[in-house]
Design a protein around this ligand. Structure first.
Ligand SMILES: Nc1ncnc2c1ncn2[C@@H]1O[C@H](COP(=O)(O)OP(=O)(O)OP(=O)(O)O)[C@@H](O)[C@H]1O
Length: 236
């Protein structure tokens, strides 16, 4: 089976005159790994996640996700691929503030037929959404509340249920614990890992927080996969 992630000679700049350039010669993530990618602020963690999820397209090199080269897909093809194969927990959660909790959780299923089919097969989309909310420690009845009325910790759990629904193969999490105190962080990670183990998904989490390392099957420093030489290419 193809790796979850395979990068070769990837280079990326946000703009032609941007001094920041991400350059990775080789990087793989096997299926089922729980990988923590550590790096200082501004080192390029979120940029790498944007490349892995096809939000940004590398200017050089090859990037395959689950065996699919992302540069063979157009922009809408990458959007569909992302919706189908990635559950993403964003740093700021990106919930729709005026949508209900359940609508927020079910949102990715509108763009991902295979995830929708899996959620439907496990008892119906809405009941699967409620099951995940409850497994992540949210009270019954929260589903009808609008996202804007939730605490930060609750928003994070809703964002996590949205990432997990329909069992995408890869869960990507960008500093999802940064807004939580230590006890809540531990609690949240236990719940997240419990759900990930149940589906066998691959987890890629980025953070600057070294205290998280014990939870993962592999921990790497972003600096260890970055090439020190400057990017050779310019923007496409
Ligand atoms: N959407 C974007 N548009 C333009 N430049 C960006 C964008 N996102 C990041 N950058 C730039 O890319 C560089 C790396 O930032 P990035 O956010 O990837 O680092 P990070 O390690 O995730 O930082 P942090 O831990 O603070 O979130 C910075 O110079 C940043 O300004």
């Amino acid at each position: 089976m193809a790796d979850a992630v395979r990068l070769r000679g990837v280079e990326y700049k946000w703009g032609p005159r941007d001094p920041f350039c991400l350059s990775v010669s080789e990087f793989e993530v096997s299926r089922g790994e729980r990988l923590l990618l550590l790096g200082a602020s501004g080192s390029g963690k979120s940029t790498l996640l944007s490349l892995l999820t096809g939000i940004a397209l590398a200017q050089a090199g090859s990037l395959e996700i689950l065996g699919q080269p992302l540069d063979e897909l157009g922009s809408s093809g990458r959007d569909r691929f992302r919706a189908e194969h990635f559950g993403i927990i964003f740093q700021m959660f990106n919930l729709l503030p005026y949508g209900s909790v359940v609508d927020n959780v079910l949102l990715p299923l509108s763009f991902a037929p295979r995830r929708r089919a899996r959620a439907t097969a496990s008892g119906g989309m809405e009941s699967e959404g409620r099951r995940l909310l409850s497994a992540l420690g949210l009270p019954a009845g929260i589903g009808k509340q609008t996202a804007a009325t939730l605490s930060v910790g609750q928003q994070q759990r809703v964002a996590t249920a949205r990432a997990l629904i329909g069992s995408p193969e890869i869960i990507v999490a960008d500093e999802p614990t940064s807004a939580l105190d230590d006890d809540r962080q531990q609690d949240f990670l236990d719940l997240l890992f419990g759900q990930i183990e149940a589906t066998g998904a691959t987890l890629i989490m980025v953070s600057h927080d070294r205290r998280l390392t014990q939870h993962f099957t592999r921990v790497i420093q972003l600096n260890d996969i970055l090439t020190t030489s400057k990017c050779k290419s310019d923007t496409r």
